[in-house]
Design a binder for this molecule. Structure first.
Ligand code: ZN
Length: 254
């Protein structure tokens, strides 16, 4: 029975990933997400239902538009595969529960934020502000869930994320953007205090390591920089899943 549910959540994740691709395409360009219907970015021909089956239509058409053969972005495929795998994984972790619903919402949010930041170096207000409101509502109404901080903890976490990144933004003189400050406030609300410290610590650690490797491989120059938002997004999901264990492990040293 469990394997049936895993497949159901994998398929649900692929379908959600397909929708997230639409958001990722349209939100940075400030286009409507419902109109016009999905179309080829190259020849603008409207896509039919058979072109919109997640993953399979991409593979079947070898990543090209059915009509004009223009290559489609690889990201379409990776977001669908990634969402499918993560939805199935989160179902495996939480089972059918309210925690699962909250976790699926947050993973969808962070996939959207992460990919838009990677592609455009942008963290959009139109994503971050509504997400803050929803996260506060979740804390207000579902504080008994394991992955949800109560409203006081969420407010404190938001303040800590905002304050810390405001200081970093000012000290780094443009090295850290305002988008990252807002994102840090959002992840503070989502994780709450004290877990916000775990999320920021993991983000700084992983971001620093990756930046170091990219600099050493000369893939990136110091001047180009790398967006920090994706590390904050990843660190937040890790913190939601294992934050308490990480915090207890760390506090065990004292
Ligand atoms: Zn086309």
């Amino acid at each position: 029975m469990a394997s049936v549910w895993i497949s159901v959540f994998a398929l649900l994740g692929m379908a959600v990933g397909s929708f997230l691709n639409v958001l990722i395409d349209r939100l940075p360009a400030r286009k409507s997400i419902v109109f016009p219907p999905s179309h080829c970015p190259s020849c603008l021909k409207r896509l039919s239902a058979r072109d919109l089956i997640p993953i399979f239509s991409y593979l079947w058409l070898r990543g090209r538009c059915r009509y004009c053969r223009a290559p489609l972005p690889r990201r379409l495929l990776w977001v669908e595969i990634g969402s499918g795998a993560l939805f199935a994984g989160l179902y495996g972790y939480y089972g059918i529960s309210s925690e699962l619903a909250v976790a699926l919402f947050y993973i969808s949010l962070f996939i959207t934020l992460l990919v838009i930041d990677l592609e455009h170096h942008l963290i959009l207000n139109i994503v971050v502000y509504p997400a803050m409101a929803v996260a506060l509502l979740i804390s207000a109404f579902l504080p008994h869930l394991e992955i949800v901080p109560d409203i006081a903890s969420a407010a404190a976490g938001g303040g800590i994320g905002l304050g810390l990144f405001l200081l970093i933004a000012i000290a780094s003189r443009g090295g850290m953007g305002w988008g990252d400050v807002k994102l840090a406030a959002l992840i503070g609300i989502i994780t709450g205090s004290p877990l916000v410290f775990v999320a920021i610590f993991l983000a700084v650690l992983s971001g620093g390591l990756v930046a170091l490797v990219l600099l050493m491989l000369k893939v990136r120059s110091r001047k180009q920089g790398i967006p920090f938002g994706p590390f904050l997004s990843l660190a937040t999901m890790v913190t939601l899943l294992w934050g308490n264990s990480i915090l207890n492990w760390y506090l065990g040293f004292f």
